[in-house]
Each structure stands twice: as structure tokens, then as C-alpha cells.
Design a protein around this ligand. Structure first.
Ligand code: DQA
Length: 150
């Protein structure tokens, strides 16, 4: 069995450190710490080990993704604004041999036109958008299924 089996990397992108205070009518009142606590609780029920990173910096996100190779069985990523234009983040996800699940708190397709396009989706296994903080838990269930069926 590979050393990374059961290990999931969660990456939160720019401005998600402000959750709870940031546009709560769009993103909800749940803080990033709350989300991470929920994720860790569910991960231990599912027998998964989580590593959670938040960054406001594109290069740090690319470095973090590159380091996932051979170390994680799955990536759950909310690339936040990078979703819509970062070819560097997309290329990093495409370069590593680790399946990625894209998450958005809001339904990006019901919002401004510039949010309707994701450069990440074509290289992700799938996308979960519009379910608020619960979307991360749904992504964790999806990651668990992916890992078990691998
Ligand atoms: C987001 C949606 C993006 O358009 C936005 O830039 C974000 C958060 C979401 O989780 O709904 O920062 O990824």
C-alpha cells in the first residue's frame, strides 16, 4: 500500500482566511477555523489524515501542489479567485499525479460573469459549488470514495 493512502491535502486560496467576516451574505458566517475543525472531525470518522493549508499567494499554492506528488492520495482545493485565471495553479494540478476536487462555497455560476469560468475544472475530478461550508464535507466524502475505489 502506498505511503500516501488515506492522506488528503486541503488547500484554501486567497481571502478565505477572512471567512466569517468577508461578505457573509455570500460566504456565510462560518470561519475557516470552523471549517477546518469540521473537516478534521469528519476525516477521523472516515479514517483519513488531513493536511490543511491556506495561502493568499499563487506561488505558495503552486509549491504546495507540487509537494503533493507521492505524499497525498487526493487534493481538495478551493482556489478562490485563482480559479478564474491561474494557469499556473491549473498546470501544477495537472502536473502532479494526484486527483483534485474543486470546491467553492458559493455557486459561481449564479454570480458575476467573470466567475462563471473555471480554468481548474477541466483538470479536476469534479467540482462542488454552492453548498457553503458543507461543500468541503461533501468533497471529503468524494475523496474517501475516490481513495477507496483506487
Ligand atoms: C470562491 C468563489 C470565487 O469566485 C471567489 O473569488 C472566492 C471564493 C467560493 O468559494 O465561492 O474567493 O472560490
Amino acid at each position: 500500500m502506498a505511503a500516501c493512502t488515506g492522506k488528503v491535502l486541503v488547500i484554501h486560496g486567497p481571502n478565505l482566511n477572512l471567512l466569517g467576516k468577508r461578505e457573509p451574505e455570500i460566504y456565510g458566517a462560518t470561519t475557516l477555523d470552523d471549517i477546518n475543525t469540521l473537516l478534521n472531525e469528519r476525516a477521523s470518522q472516515l479514517g483519513l489524515e488531513l493536511s490543511i493549508v491556506q495561502t493568499n499567494h499563487e506561488g505558495v499554492m503552486v509549491d504546495t501542489i507540487q509537494q503533493a506528488q507521492d505524499n497525498f492520495a487526493c487534493i481538495i482545493i478551493n482556489p478562490a479567485a485563482f480559479t478564474h485565471y491561474s494557469i499556473a495553479v491549473r498546470d501544477a494540478l495537472a502536473a502532479v499525479n494526484v486527483p483534485a476536487i474543486e470546491v467553492h462555497l458559493s455557486n459561481i455560476y449564479r454570480r458575476e460573469e467573470f466567475r462563471h469560468h473555471s480554468v481548474i475544472s477541466p483538470i479536476a475530478v469534479g467540482q462542488i459549488a454552492g453548498f457553503g461550508a458543507n461543500g468541503y464535507l461533501l468533497a471529503l466524502e468524494a475523496a474517501s470514495c475516490l481513495i477507496r475505489s483506487a
